[in-house]
Design a protein around this ligand. Structure first.
Ligand code: ADP
Ligand code: ZN
Ligand code: ZN
Length: 839
């Protein structure tokens, strides 16, 4: 990978270079070379936003990716029109990272740029102009010429104009000087649209005017004045209750948020009257969206095994860039992270801790906040765009030297990372599926660390086979902790045989006797229970008992999922929904039943089995809004829920002391993924769920219901024989050419017409056969779901030799092939999606 950059010099300042490569938001996989006009030369820096002409008509904003002295071969470089920023928006390390990401994940650098910048900072793809609201023709100091007048007139009718619009209006090609003059005359705003997407949060605050706040008699006079005006009196009293103005004049200066002051239903118009009469004044105050919490605790003293692990990690870091920390659930990995983070921060470097999507709203963040307080930024995908811009700016300004974030936080403008930690590094959700860049945050973080000369710590109780493989090969340092922190013991497993119970008539509402007994025992002792049901491939659906009809999505080849709560059937791919019919649309029968079992149905069974227990359910449905997930966890943590039923979400790093029983409702479902990673995933999932049980002094109990309790995988999980399991699986991976022994690339061919899609997929195969690289090409096969959103899909899987630069050669050729295919008229509207390292 290094070779990509061998020739690139990432100069921060330009000294006499004549050309700049610009990253533009266009779907073409490269940067574009422009000429740097002499006037701009001393100013230009990598990472600045610039304006350039693109093609004949368009004017675009882009980012300077590189400056150099090589004129382009195929065309004459146009000049850069202007530079937008005094300071770069993006630093050279980020650009280097983008370049790598586009090359490695086979996408356009413009797409990486799009993913990297929060939309509040993003460049609009086409530059627009708008009227400057402060401009007044009557009072302006500057006379306008005819052409300028014309533009302004047009802006009276249309709130914004593109460069093209302006060209049309004036009938000239060189519009830039005119617009520049209008900007100088403060008549229009250009490109401001982009920046205005970010709006600081402003509060209106109210305080007593100086005259009143400094004189008791003046205040008394005010009270006399409002006697008999209860509304005004009420506001005044409420204000003084919160702000004892004579004891604490500072409080009055800070004022009170207007919304809070009026929150108990006081009238806004009465407040206005008080302001008009000179009692109160209002003022604007910019507030941070992100709470400034203070650190409230020291890091814990590490236990001796934690301390050993801590030292081992540091020793490995002396010679290795990456270390895998393999610590069983509850071994106290977070506390080790905390110590490492503190050390790196003290040395003046930045730290990024990556967490899987959902874990980010939970306990671990509040644990870290307690230690790091306001030095720590949190970057969450459920944040509003404005909140994200604040984290971005916080990193730029140095307010945050430590960030905890989801996968997209690798794009934040760090300039001196010392350490990247990827917690739960095995989590599939680190991979971005759609849209491009289809990156894996763990792997990208490793690359980012390389650019920063930083270290990477990968933590997990069930490492991904990729990372474990790297550790066994000596590429990564390896540190293991194989017992839990404190007195907590590993949980005890029970395999409950569904078929045996059925034969003995012991099955009740899909629960085995073992499951019921363990749950009852926990409830009797006021302990809590988690019930897990795998989401994937297991959704309830409606079926006609007479003719077998099932509801199908009208746009995708999938069954609709039944949602009991809304009495609806929904498509999980495209969101299509319809009401459950009264009778079968095919045969008219009214015998429609629910098949499959989702969390909703399990919750129902459990409430029938344990009518006294307080139930909770956590899945996509109950956590859709920003706080849904957090609220459920808070309730569970506060002991207001006895049994919590959930999908994958309940497994992510939860640490609740009172959970003593974990039930896996359908263990077989976990085993049956149609994927070479099935075994690895199943092992990880069961171990992670089980890891929520018995994390304090009471030993946890894990019940797995299954029809094949003799399955070897269960046995390996129960014994914790991760290494044995890994070795067996590796044997198959090697034999059948799967990662980590090969590199995988998946190519999906899509088209609305079934025949075109098929033809294009086959054409691609013929072309790929000519690539001279050690490879195996599989397919094309109809996608697991043949049609999504009315597009037919064909999938090809390519297995590439890991050695040399096979992957690079393959991608280079693939780019040419796709370009050629796309230029054929018959395939013009075919879409090819390339996924490197699919998961
Ligand atoms: P893991 O992330 O490895 O599953 P955690 O970091 O969540 O484990 O630790 C498990 C529990 O043990 C947590 O409640 C944590 O607060 C506690 N713990 C871990 N290390 C210490 C320590 N050194 N001192 C006190 N409590 C600790
Ligand atoms: Zn029917
Ligand atoms: Zn659909």
């Amino acid at each position: 990978m290094e070779s990509l950059f061998a020739e690139q010099d990432f100069l921060e300042k330009n000294s006499g270079n004549n050309f700049a490569d610009i990253i533009l938001p266009v779907p073409i996989p490269r940067m574009f070379t422009y000429q740097i006009p002499p006037l701009l030369k001393p100013q230009i820096q990598i990472g600045q936003r610039v304006i350039v002409q693109f093609g004949k008509k368009k004017v675009l904003t882009g980012i300077v990716g590189k400056v150099h002295n090589k004129p382009p071969q195929a065309y004459e470089a146009k000049p850069i029109l202007d530079i937008l920023d005094d300071q770069p928006s993006v630093n050279p390390l980020q650009i280097r990272f983008w370049v790598w990401m586009a090359a490695y994940y086979f996408c356009h650098i413009g797409e990486v740029m799009f993913a990297a910048l929060p939309s509040g900072l993003r460049l609009s793809s086409e530059s627009k102009i708008q009227l400057n609201p402060n401009f007044d023709t009557e009072t302006s100091k500057y006379p306008l010429d005819v052409r300028e007048e014309k533009i302004l007139e047009a802006l009276e009718h249309k709130p914004e104009l593109s460069y093209e619009d302006c060209e049309k209006i004036l009938g000239v090609k060189t519009i830039h000087p005119i617009l520049k003059s209008l900007v100088a005359k403060e008549a229009i705003l250009i490109f401001e649209k982009v920046q205005e997407k970010y709006t600081p949060k402003v509060e209106t605050r109210i305080r007593l005017t100086k005259e009143i706040s400094e004189s008791k008699s003046a205040l008394e006079a005010v009270f006399e004045g409002v006697a008999g005006k209860p509304k005004q009196e009420s506001i005044l009293l409420k204000f003084l209750r919160d702000v004892p103005v004579f004891q604490k004049p500072k409080l009055n200066e800070k004022g009170v948020d207007k919304a809070t002051l009026l929150e108990e239903g006081d009238s806004e118009s009465s407040l206005k009257t008080l302001i008009k009469n000179g009692v109160f004044e209002s003022f604007k105050h910019v507030v941070n969206r992100i709470d400034d919490e203070k650190a409230v605790r020291e890091a814990y003293e590490l236990s001796s095994s934690q301390a050993t692990a801590f030292e081992e990690i540091k020793t490995h870091f002396e010679s290795k860039q990456s270390v895998l920390l393999h610590g069983v659930t509850g071994s106290g990995k977070t506390e080790i992270y905390i110590k490492l983070i503190q050390e790196v921060m003290e040395s003046g470097s930045q730290v990024l801790l990556l967490l899987p999507e959902i874990a980010l709203t939970t306990q671990i963040v509040s644990r870290l906040k307690k230690v790091f307080g306001s030095q720590m930024g949190v970057y969450h995908s459920k944040y509003s765009d404005n909140e994200r811009v604040e984290v971005w700016n916080g990193v730029l300004s140095g307010r945050f030297s430590f960030v905890v974030g989801v996968r997209s936080s690798i794009f934040l403008p760090f300039d001196s990372l010392g350490l990247l930690i990827v917690d739960e590094e095995h989590e599939p959700s680190y991979k971005q599926f759609d849209p491009a860049p289809r990156f894996h945050a763990r792997d990208a973080a490793t690359m980012l660390a390389y650019f920063h000369q930083a270290r990477t710590l990968l933590g997990s109780a069930t490492p991904s086979f990729e990372s474990y493989f790297n550790a066994t090969q000596g590429k990564y340092g390896y540190v293991e902790i194989n017992h839990r922190f404190g007195d907590a013991r590993m949980p005890e497993y029970h395999l409950a045989d569904l078929s045996a119970d059925r034969k003995k008539n012991l099955l009740k509402l899909d629960s085995t006797r073992m499951m019921r007994e363990k749950i009852q025992a926990a409830l009797d002792k006021q302990q809590q229970v988690l019930i897990f049901q795998n989401r994937r491939g297991y959704s309830p659906y409606i079926q006609c008992e007479d003719c077998g009809w099932t509801g199908q999505c009208v746009q995708c080849d999938v069954s609709l999922t039944y949602h009991q709560f809304a009495e609806e059937m929904r498509c999980h791919y495209c969101g299509y929904k319809e009401k459950v019919p009264q009778s079968c649309p095919a045969c008219g029968s009214t015998q429609l039943t629910t098949m499959g079992m989702g969390t909703e149905r399990i919750e129902e069974c459990l409430s029938l089995l344990f009518p006294e227990a307080r139930m909770g359910r956590m899945d996509l449905d109950t956590t859709r809004n920003k706080y849904g997930y957090q609220r459920l966890l808070d309730e569970f943590g506060a002991g207001q829920i006895d049994i919590l039923v959930g999908t994958q979400m309940i497994t992510k790093g939860l640490d609740f002391g009172k959970v003593t029983v974990v039930g896996i409702w359908d263990g077989d479902r976990i085993l049956n993924f149609p994927d070479f990673r099935a075994g690895e995933r199943a092992y990880q999932q069961i171990t992670q769920v089980a890891g929520r049980a018995g994390r304090r002094d009471i030993k946890g109990q894990v019940v797995i219901q299954s029809r094949n309790p003799d399955n070897e995988l269960f046995e390996k999980v129960i014994r914790g024989e991760y290494y044995e399991f890994f070795r067996q699986e590796m044997f198959d991976r090697k034999k059948f050419y799967y990662p980590p022994y090969v590199k995988l690339v998946k190519i999906t061919t899509r088209h609305a017409d079934f025949k075109v899609a098929e033809k294009a997929a086959h054409a691609l195969h013929r072309e790929m056969a000519t690539i001279q690289a050690k490879k195996i090409v599989l397919g094309p096969e109809k996608g697991i779901i043949a049609r999504i959103k009315n597009q037919y899909q064909y999938e090809s899987m390519i297995k590439l030799d890991r050695g040399g630069n096979t992957l690079a050669i393959f991608k280079e050729n693939l780019a040419k092939i796709l370009e050629e295919l796309q230029s054929r008229p018959e395939f013009r509207s075919v879409r090819w999606v390339v996924d490197v390292d699919p998961s």
